[in-house]
Design a protein around this ligand. Structure first.
Ligand SMILES: Cc1cc2nc3c(=O)[nH]c(=O)nc-3n(C[C@H](O)[C@H](O)[C@H](O)COP(=O)(O)OP(=O)(O)OC[C@H]3O[C@@H](n4cnc5c(N)ncnc54)[C@H](O)[C@@H]3O)c2cc1C
Ligand code: FES
Length: 271
């Protein structure tokens, strides 16, 4: 059975027009978190909204029992979350799902994150740096004001390259263009999270170069624990072809997931 904990909001600050970082004291959950896992958050004490909302573990300060979440306000649940005050209780279920496979000591890894999709990559970078890995992050956003996460990676000693759709910071264009300047042979692993069109390009690049990789999928979720099939997703590597993103994922090997490259051409992919 999934663990429950009532955490306490330590901070809930706006970091961009529609993005917030919430720090929560939740020592029991913090001890269990793996990079790439998510927390299922109950937003209110009432039945509106009824369902919990899944948010990735952004960062963990293990010794202080603090978990950070990075979230974009898109609807009712996240709007209410943005109003949570310091000291307010947060009802947490988790950590849930399968996280990223950690690299071994001294590996060289590349991370590609788009928009709020960068969230599950920070704790992965932190633990990889503890293992003396060289870590490079390619980070895409709509505009420079949305690149606040970059400094948190840089503080860990991660090499960060940025791309913005509006040209206000870093490379002017989509983050996947930055891959053209990367030599896949420099890395032993690739990890990515962001809009599906972005991950489609990243995944094709990695597979074309024979680079091992994992990606994190975002699906609409209800129960979060494998009971409702609300997150079922068609994957190549699963029999009879459907996986439950909440329990089989959200992290999957890139070879298991077929993302449409046509989608990549039609949509921008730094959001
Ligand atoms: C495993 C996992 C990890 C996630 N991690 C993060 C994170 O770290 N930070 C973050 O900002 N968001 C994350 N999300 C997405 C987040 O859960 C949704 O944005 C949130 O539940 C929306 O709740 P809401 O009540 O504000 O919006 P709603 O009112 O429920 O929906 C508003 C809009 O958002 C869309 N939406 C809702 N849920 C999802 C979803 N799961 N995927 C795609 N579109 C959705 C709806 O279709 C609708 O258009 C994650 C989702 C999953 C499945
Ligand atoms: S959300 Fe219910 S099975 Fe995944």
């Amino acid at each position: 059975m999934a663990a429950l904990e009532i955490g306490r909001v330590l901070d809930n600050r706006q970091v961009a027009r529609d993005k917030y970082v919430m720090d929560i004291a939740a020592p029991a959950t913090a001890r269990q978190c793996q990079p790439g896992q998510f927390l299922h958050i109950r937003i209110t004490d009432t039945y509106d909204p009824l369902l919990r909302r899944p948010l990735s573990v952004y960062d963990v300060l293990f010794d202080s029992g603090i978990i950070s979440l990075l979230y974009r306000v898109v609807g009712q649940g996240t709007s209410l979350l943005a109003k949570a005050a310091v000291d307010e209780a947060v009802d947490i279920m988790g950590p849930l799902g399968q996280g990223f496979t950690l690299p071994s000591e001294n590996e060289s890894i590349i991370l590609v994150g788009g928009g709020v999709g960068v969230a599950p990559l920070l704790y992965l970078a932190r633990l990889s740096r503890v293992r003396q890995c060289r870590v490079r992050l390619l980070l895409g956003a709509a505009g420079g004001a949305q690149l606040g996460a970059a400094s948190r990676f840089e503080k860990l000693g991660v090499e960060v390259k940025t791309a913005c759709l509006d040209g206000s910071a870093g490379y002017h264009g989509v983050v996947t263009d930055l891959l053209e300047h990367e030599d896949a042979g420099d890395y032993s692993r690739l990890y990515t999270c962001g809009p599906a069109p972005m991950m489609a390009v990243v995944s094709s690049w990695a597979q074309a170069h024979g680079l091992w990789g994992e990606l994190s999928l975002e699906e609409h979720m209800a129960c979060g624990v494998g009971a409702c099939l609300g997150c079922a997703c068609q994957l190549k590597a699963f029999e009879p072809g459907y996986a439950k993103v909440c329990t089989d994922g959200p992290v999957f090997n890139i070879q298991a997931v077929e993302l449409s490259p046509d989608q990549a051409r039609k949509e921008g992919h730094n959001e």
